[in-house]
Design a protein around this ligand. Structure first.
Ligand code: RB5
Length: 151
């Protein structure tokens, strides 16, 4: 499994801990920045990571901003990216089992390091259940609405 990790300045501290976790657990990962405390725009980092998910370079992504909200909003603009903002282990479990989430969004100012590690553990280890959930996820992945379309 190839994993990409990215954050803005508000997620940098948690990203640093997540990287130590990924390294010490032998995961194959790429750090797409940011690398300093200088203020940056979270969409730039979300878009970079999600382009890599869309083109098959990465299987999973972890995006961290202050709340996780901006990163998840940015990521979910990409068809085929299913980002879940998780603040609880059960959310990570169900995001994988039911939604086949391929991007985990975390709030660096909201979620402590230990909880973030547990959320990561579950997110990376849990399989999609498929079955009745497959057609729902397919609907997500095949839908791209513009303001000219009707539902
Ligand atoms: C940056 O100050 C903050 O707005 C950003 O990290 C994020 O929380 C946005 O959703």
């Amino acid at each position: 499994m190839k994993i990409a990790v990215a954050s803005d300045h508000a997620g940098l501290d948690l990203k640093t801990h997540i990287i130590v976790y990924l390294e010490s657990n032998g995961y194959d990962f790429t750090d797409l920045g940011t690398h300093s405390q200088e203020s940056v725009d979270y969409p730039d980092f979300a878009f970079r990571l999600c382009a890599g998910i869309q083109n098959g370079q990465f299987d999973r992504g972890v995006l961290i901003c202050g709340t996780g909200i901006g990163m998840s909003m940015a990521a979910n603009r990409f068809v085929g990216v299913r980002a879940a903002l998780c603040t609880h282990v059960t959310l990570a479990e169900l995001a994988r089992k039911h939604n086949n989430a391929n991007v985990l969004a975390l709030g660096g100012r909201m979620t402590g390091i230990e909880l973030a590690r547990k959320i990561m553990d579950v997110f990376l280890a849990t399989d999609f259940l498929g079955d009745r959930h497959s057609s729902r996820v397919s609907k997500l992945d095949s839908f791209h609405k513009t303001n000219k379309d009707s539902v």
